[in-house]
Design a protein around this ligand. Sequence first.
Ligand SMILES: [Mg+2]
Length: 262
Amino acid sequence: MRIVFDLDATLLNSHEAFLVAKEMLLSTLQSRWPDMKTPVILDTLGRIDAERLVHLGYTPERFAGSLMLAGEELAGSRRSELTTDQRQGLVRAGQVVPSWSYPPFPGTIEVLHWLTAQGAQIGICSKATDVAFQRTKLHRWGLDQLVSFVNIVPHKGPKEIAATLESMGGGGPNPSTDWMVGDSLRDDIHSAAALGIRTIHIQSPINPSRQVKVWSYESGFDHVVPTLWVSCVSHIPEYWDQICQKVEVAELKKDIRGGRRT
Ligand SMILES: [Mg+2]
């Protein structure tokens, strides 16, 4: 069996990094407006709105890009009031997030060891433009030692997931035995289902209630039904018997369509 994992918000808790980035952004803003007591982003009327950081159409797991855009938006709105250094500080606050602030979700390392002990082959397919930073995060937590192949790609679709499986050895995608695990319905679940392999959706580990607006990138993919849902990678062993079942392709297609909420 081969299992390909997504990295951010699947194995690593990006929410921790969101909080760090938020603090950095706020301290930068507070250096410009010392009287400011709460998080600030301007609402549509130009007022300061503490909730705007997570309601700009981005989800917290996209924190770095979200904060950078939020900072740029604010810097743009107040451009005449900001010095060049302050504007650059806003951008940096969204970009510079140290690798230690992306800890694995609880139980993640143990589960990867457990899966390997069961004979599963583990791979990672992560979408990112900063390859060096992804590698730093993987190395920081020893994840690079636990997997047989890491594929960091600027775009994640069926082709990239298939390439990850092939690089892990054992040929192309095998619908009977291969799995994809990820938090993105669009990049992870939809792409893997297009290859015919089964999927486990890590459903909103950061915001299970989905009260934060779904990132627009994911809209239009709500209909995609994974084979299994779990709230965290650490729950995967509970479904091990089902995951191990080799299925006929006809049965698999029905499974993907029908889904099953756990
Ligand atoms: Mg992800």
